[in-house]
Design a protein around this ligand. Sequence first.
Ligand SMILES: [Zn+2]
Length: 227
Amino acid sequence: MDISLKRRLLHLLYPTRCPVCGEVIRPKEHFCGRCREELRPFTGEFPIEGAEGFAAAFEYDEKVSPAVFLLKNGVCGNAAFALGGALAERLRTTSAQNSHVIVPVPLHKEALRERGLDQSLLIAREVGRILGIPVAEAVEKTTETLPQKTLSKAERQVNLCGAFTVSRPEAFAGKRVLLVDDVCTTGSTLAELTQVLKDAGAAAVYCCACCKTPITEDRGENDDGTR
Ligand SMILES: [Zn+2]
């Protein structure tokens, strides 16, 4: 069924709500007008080692955080639609729109079992639907890792080393890959996956996330955690 028809029908039973404030909105809207104005677009530079570029839809702050919470917990179906749609709009202004395939940052299967949904995959599918790029779940997270933001720069590299395994190299070998995450904090997960994809034959990797946490909080520190 056509997605806009499906959304209009669903709206009759379950009115579409703004994933930030809960106000009822039209089925094709991402956010209500007020929230849309108050959300802060991410316009900064954030280089990811080895990647061609990085883009995010929003700065991560307390305003957008309810939508991210709903996305991660699967409470509101509109969160993936809204955040994925906003990210696709942002990517249209970058070279990422010329990617051949989208790869979502994978979740470890234990984390997936606990959470019940894979938020990066939901975002990847929405971005792929809008930009007309196929999604390939080509990489698995085979080792459970500690949250990257709790670690120093040196610990982050060790924590992720060997955590990802390429399951379908034929899906992206020789192609331009768009790597999609929900929230980017330190960038170390995207950097590690960029290397894994390129080692397995990706021609280029462009990284993106719905939200980017403030750069001053997680960049520029030395290996011992001091700035
Ligand atoms: Zn709102």
